[in-house]
Design a protein around this ligand. Structure first.
Ligand code: PEP
Ligand code: MN
Length: 374
């Protein structure tokens, strides 16, 4: 059950205190307050967790400060879409708006190797009008003998270079809670030149303790990768862990499923689930064509499979693209075979623009046909 408070309720007010006193006396129920962005103003919502079946909607609506009550019986209580649910589907971070109706390209290095390569990528991004990137510092590798990422050591120059090239958000995987502190400290030390979106990778989708820790911080939004060997429902519940701990600024990433049914692609591309995730939840949806496809193979029409998969996700309404680029893929320390060249960036951006325009036309047509039927 969710109690949506009147917009003018202050947390230090008498009304708010009375409400929280009443809720804390309810047995077996935890009340958790979340500040969310409403259409016009910030709103406070109180989520009641536990068995709420004995509570009456009418009675709860009369409590001090409460404007509206939404009974949530379905899954994904916080991030899901529910009946009579008018909550927003997005958030703003460091001047960038993320929602189910926006689209951002996060092109960049799978793994940061040298400052020169990080800078070459960022310069190319700015040249193509992009202001977000991906820069892997902590790499979860299959083999303990493979390059594990430069970790904390590369953060200061990555952030400084991002600031220099006017990059607003850097997506960066964390595999341990201490990495969040490293990132916070490096941003502090460099004077906050950019923003960071924490990435929880596919190997950690069900690392519940990491999810709880990342969910408890409010400084950074989170990009949660779908687990490569679990159901969609299980991965969406993992996203709900982040939200139930307090962080609702979550983007859900499709990155392909591990099965040899997807051969010769690295993973079985799952971008047909873009509209499914948008229907079930209020999360913006990201696609990762690089980790899905995994190669630079090209179709007879001249387009690489990575371009085709990207277009398939974008034409289905994807809101974010995470894609690997490298100035010299042969020398990349991680995932070189799937990296696009910087010289291919303008074509990639143009191809995405074409697919997005087609999506917008499709969505407009859907609206006009719906009106005709009605
Ligand atoms: C990545 O994006 O660098 C990555 C390791 O992705 P995934 O967790 O989807 O394998
Ligand atoms: Mn990778």
């Amino acid at each position: 059950m969710i109690l949506i408070l009147h917009p003018n309720i202050d947390k230090s007010s008498q009304e708010y205190r009375e409400l929280m006193d009443y809720l804390s006396a309810l047995r077996g129920i935890r009340a958790r307050a979340h500040d969310v962005e409403g259409a016009q103003q910030r709103l406070t919502e109180i989520y009641l967790l536990g068995d709420t079946s004995a509570l009456q909607v009418e009675e709860m609506s009369l409590l001090p400060g409460v404007e509206r009550v939404v009974r949530v019986s379905e899954e994904y209580r916080i991030l899901g879409r529910h009946k009579d649910d008018r909550r927003s589907t997005g958030f703003e971070y460091n001047g960038v708006r993320f929602g189910q109706d926006t689209l951002h390209i996060f092109a960049g290095l799978c793994a940061v190797d040298t400052p020169a390569n990080a800078e070459a990528v960022m310069r190319a991004l700015t040249g193509s009008g992009l202001s977000c990137t991906r820069m892997g510092a902590y790499k979860p590798r299959t083999s303990p003998y493979s390059f594990q990422g430069h970790g904390k050591a590369c953060l200061p120059y990555v952030f400084e270079l991002a600031g220099k090239h006017r990059i607003k958000v850097v997506a960066m995987e964390v595999t341990h809670e201490s990495h969040v502190d490293d990132i916070r400290e490096a941003l502090e030390a460099t004077g906050h030149p950019t923003g960071v979106m924490l990435q929880v990778g596919t190997r950690n989708t069900q690392n519940f303790e990491l999810l709880k820790k990342v969910g408890r911080q409010q400084d950074f939004p989170v990009l949660l990768k779908r687990g490569f060997g679990i159901t969609l429902e299980e991965s969406l519940n993992a996203a709900e862990y982040l939200a139930s701990e307090g962080n609702q600024r979550v983007i859900f990433a499709l990155r392909g499923m591990k099965t040899n049914m997807g051969d010769p692609h690295r993973n079985f591309v799952d971008f047909a689930h873009v509209p499914v995730v948008k229907r079930l939840t209020r999360m913006p949806v990201c696609i990762d064509p690089s980790h899905s496809v995994g190669t630079r193979e090209r179709a007879p029409d001249g387009l690489m499979d990575i371009f085709h998969a990207t277009a398939q996700g974008v034409i289905a309404g994807a809101n974010m693209i995470l894609v690997d680029f490298h100035p010299d893929p042969a020398k990349a320390l991680v995932d070189g075979p799937q990296a696009l060249l910087l010289s291919e960036l303008p074509h990639f951006v143009e191809d995405v623009r074409i697919a997005r325009e087609a999506y917008e036309k499709r969505a407009a047509a859907a609206k006009s046909y719906a009106t005709e039927v009605a």
